[in-house]
Ligand binder design. Structure first.
Ligand code: HPA
Length: 252
């Protein structure tokens, strides 16, 4: 199988490379829309998580089809971007965070490939939800691409599509969450289930609810960073064959 690298673009990173070719991939979970391109025509597979028109809300994304399609196309490592609200004091709008932990507050989403019956049952080890090898490479390279990267961050995944209440954010802060978003789950665990190394970069686009005045989204910094973020991700993915991470610890 050809070895390919994958990028899942979140809010603000919706548009594929104009030279990439669109492919519709059939999966047991429905169709996924991807774009294939890169230096060697078929090297990079891009998924636009919310769709290129930004019309797929977080709870309606077909996470299983997206991840299954990446696997079918031979992708073994993925970097995903997330627009988030900043909870920690040092994650103002515009800050970039290399995620290392997750708190999952989603509900009602298809969150596993191991759904009983023919697909069986598996309890996936998820102690370290993001690939530590890819994250180390992100930290190593970010400065060279002009991006100040916070080295760790706990992402709380809210269900959305509404924003959180101020009390929810106070609770998440007490729980140790640094940022809040709506899409890292079940995406991260589905990648783990299909043995795809997966790491995430969060970009703060607002202070989370109740932290500093009215909630105000600010995409300027993300828009400016986009031109540096994509080269960083390609650099990391192309040059890092993940090793020494705990992504493939045997599951029960
Ligand atoms: N909460 C949840 N998801 C988000 C936010 C937020 O404040 N900002 C961007 N995505």
């Amino acid at each position: 199988m050809t070895q390919r690298i994958g990028i899942i673009g979140g809010t603000g990173i919706e548009r594929p490379d104009p030279d990439a070719g669109e492919r519709i991939v059939d999966t047991p979970y429905g169709q996924a829309r991807v774009w294939v391109g890169g230096d060697h025509a078929d090297e990079v597979v891009f998924v636009s998580r919310h769709g290129v028109e930004h019309d797929i809300p977080p709870h309606r994304i077909n996470y299983r089809a997206n991840i299954d399609a990446l696997r079918q196309l031979g992708v073994d490592r993925v970097l995903a971007t997330f627009a988030v609200g900043g909870i920690a004091d040092d994650v103002p709008p515009g800050a970039a965070v290399a995620l290392d932990q997750l708190i999952d507050l989603t509900h009602g989403r298809e969150s596993t490939f191991f759904d009983g019956g023919e697909s069986g049952l598996r309890h996936t080890v998820f102690t370290e939800p993001f690939c530590s090898s890819l994250r180390a490479a992100i930290l190593d390279r970010a400065g060279g691409h002009g991006i100040a990267m916070r080295p760790t961050g706990t992402y709380a995944c809210a269900n959305g599509p509404r924003f959180e209440t101020a009390a929810e954010i106070r609770m998440l802060r007490l729980w140790g969450a640094d940022v809040v978003g709506m899409t890292a789950m079940p995406e991260a665990v589905l990648a783990r289930e299909l043995e795809i190394h997966y790491a995430g970069i969060a970009i703060s686009v607002n202070w989370a609810a109740g932290i500093r005045g009215p909630l105000a989204l600010d995409f300027d910094a993300l828009n400016t960073m986009r031109a540096r973020l994509l080269p960083l991700m390609l650099d990391v993915l192309r040059t890092t064959k993940p090793a020494g991470c705990s992504c493939f610890e045997p599951s029960a």
